[in-house]
Design a protein around this ligand. Structure first.
Ligand code: FAD
Ligand code: 2HG
Ligand code: ZN
Length: 468
């Protein structure tokens, strides 16, 4: 889609020279995405400095019928921020923390604030903003809300959706909805903020949000545990929840292959458990109380589990540096897969009770389909969320392997559907999973979604052809 010169001129007048990028080399970073699956085009990247400027830009685009693709840190994993003509509206300049209310335990932030900066500001205010994920150094809170991001602390604090009390958004007709309320109770009709959270930019542009804050952890215990089977990892999770309740903040699972990739490709990452084991769990207990006996609780659970053959070996971190070392293994699993060639990703969830069965059955199915395929299964097991990723056989051609993506989707997602799970647990739909929507969502669900989209964006200018 080409954009008329008059429209681009009018946008330039609204945002000024600092607010537009048109140079081809500079545009590039906004046209590609993390996984290298898509490359887009656009007439201009527009970087408004305020909600008011955003609204003016949207009004100009509606009048001219120009598509708008909102973009935050561009770390999304499903191609949702890739444009196909029109403009990219990048939120990076709207990056003020507007207010911290220590008594209300809330913080009001603009969409372009980087997640790590928000975590830091919360810490400086003596509080915790618990959303945490590998991309936190570059993803923005507007993107986190728009993808309803998950990450490593969902078990205790919930998804992004659970961490938001209020939203400000520019609607697809250019009006501003000010829903920036810091209320924990507000039953006054439809809860409109939830329309925008997880909408991946298809219903409007989130420009600010009121976030929940929590007391910071003052005690913490972190352990890396080796287990013989996926069933044992699930059993350990259940026992830990029973014994430790909601002090269990994170429970991540890593299959052996992912840990091996992490160690092989990441300088400084070492597996402190020398002997290889089929599965590992990275678990963390925290408490806002300084002298909580978390170590006793953890040692109790692990000791019993070892006696019962559920745990083969374990390392409990004894310093902050060791805590960071253990978490770097988990982070490196995500980043190291690309060094082993093509990777077909599945971000799925099933009830935790079926997670082990899923891993075993899905592994058997894909290995039968393609001998030599290398399963890299890991993820947020405590949420039933498994990244069931498939690395190409060592000697395969990457392009030929990736051409089989649809076939493996069918195998993995059909099994997920049979197990009452979801084909996108935390990364969203974007472009990558649009076809899966048609296959696995009921016609009633799709019809409701289309009705909402048409009501808010009848001209289909807001991130068109994503999600639906
Ligand atoms: P972008 O990629 O810029 O955009 C994502 C989507 O939201 C697009 O559809 C875009 O159009 C829309 N959007 C962005 N900003 C706005 C806005 N202000 N208003 C309306 N729409 C908007 N995700 C998880 O859930 N859990 C993880 O553990 C996790 N780990 C990751 C680790 C790595 C190393 C990487 C690279 C990614 C990871 N992700 C994870 C995915 C990604 O970081 C999240 O989806 C993140 O929330 C995206 O934020 P962003 O600012 O980069 O959004
Ligand atoms: C993670 O949990 C991310 O590390 C990315 O959600 C998962 O690489 C992936 O598939
Ligand atoms: Zn994840």
């Amino acid at each position: 889609m080409t954009v008329a010169k008059e429209t681009l001129d009018a946008i330039r007048r609204v945002v000024g020279p600092k607010g537009c990028i048109e140079d081809a080399a500079e545009l590039d970073a906004y046209l590609i995405e993390e996984r290298g699956l898509y490359r887009g085009t656009c007439a201009m990247v527009v970087r408004p400095a305020s909600t008011g400027e955003t609204a003016e830009v949207v009004k100009l685009c509606v009048e001219a019928g120009v598509a708008i693709v909102p973009q935050g840190g561009n770390t999304g994993l499903v191609g949702g921020g890739v444009p196909d003509g029109g403009i990219v509206l990048s939120t990076g300049r709207m990056n003020r923390i507007r207010a911290v209310d220590a008594v209300n335990h809330t913080m009001t932030v603009e969409a372009g604030c980087i997640l790590a900066e928000i975590q830091k500001a919360a810490e400086e205010a003596g509080a915790l903003f618990p959303l945490s994920l590998g991309a936190e150094g570059s993803c923005q809170i507007g993107g986190n809300l728009s993808t309803n991001a998950g990450g490593i602390a969902v078990l205790r604090y919930g998804n992004t959706r659970d961490l938001v009390l209020g939203v400000e958004a520019v609607l697809p007709d250019g009006r501003v909805w000010d829903g920036l309320r810091g209320l924990r109770k507000n039953n006054t009709g439809y809860d409109l903020k939830h329309l925008f959270i997880g909408a991946e930019g298809t219903l409007g542009i989130i420009t600010a949000a009121v976030l929940k804050l929590f007391p910071p952890p003052r005690s913490r215990e972190t352990a890396l545990v080796a287990a013989p089977t996926a069933e044992a990892v699930v059993e350990l999770f259940t026992r830990t929840v029973d014994a430790c309740g909601d002090s269990l903040t994170a429970f991540e699972m890593m299959g052996r292959r992912g840990v091996d990739f992490a160690v092989k490709h990441t300088p400084g990452v070492i597996n402190p458990i020398a002997k290889p084991h089929p599965f590992y769990a990275l678990m963390e207990l925290t408490s806002p109380r300084a002298s909580e006996p978390l170590r006793d609780a953890l040692e109790g659970v692990l000791g019993d589990a070892m006696e019962d053959g559920i745990v083969d070996d374990a390392v409990i971190a004894v310093s902050e540096a060791q805590v960071q070392d253990l978490w770097r293994i988990r982070e490196a699993v995500t980043l190291s897969q690309k060094y082993e060639g093509g990777s077909i990703k599945h971000d799925v969830s099933v009830p935790v009770s079926r997670a082990a069965d899923f891993i075993n059955r899905a592994t058997a199915l894909v290995e039968k389909e393609m001998p030599g395929i290398r399963v890299v299964a890991f993820g947020h097991l405590g949420d039933g969320n498994i990244h069931f990723n498939l690395t190409q056989p060592a000697d395969a051609d990457t392009g030929t392997f990736l051409d089989r993506w649809e076939d493996f989707n069918r195998i993995v997602h059909d099994l997920v559907a049979e197990m009452d799970g979801s084909f996108s647990a935390e990364h969203g739909i974007g472009r990558l999973k649009r076809n899966e929507m048609k296959r696995y969502k009921s016609e009633v669900e799709l019809d409701l979604m289309r009705t909402v989209k048409n009501a808010l964006d009848p001209k289909n200018i807001m991130n068109p052809w994503k999600v639906l």
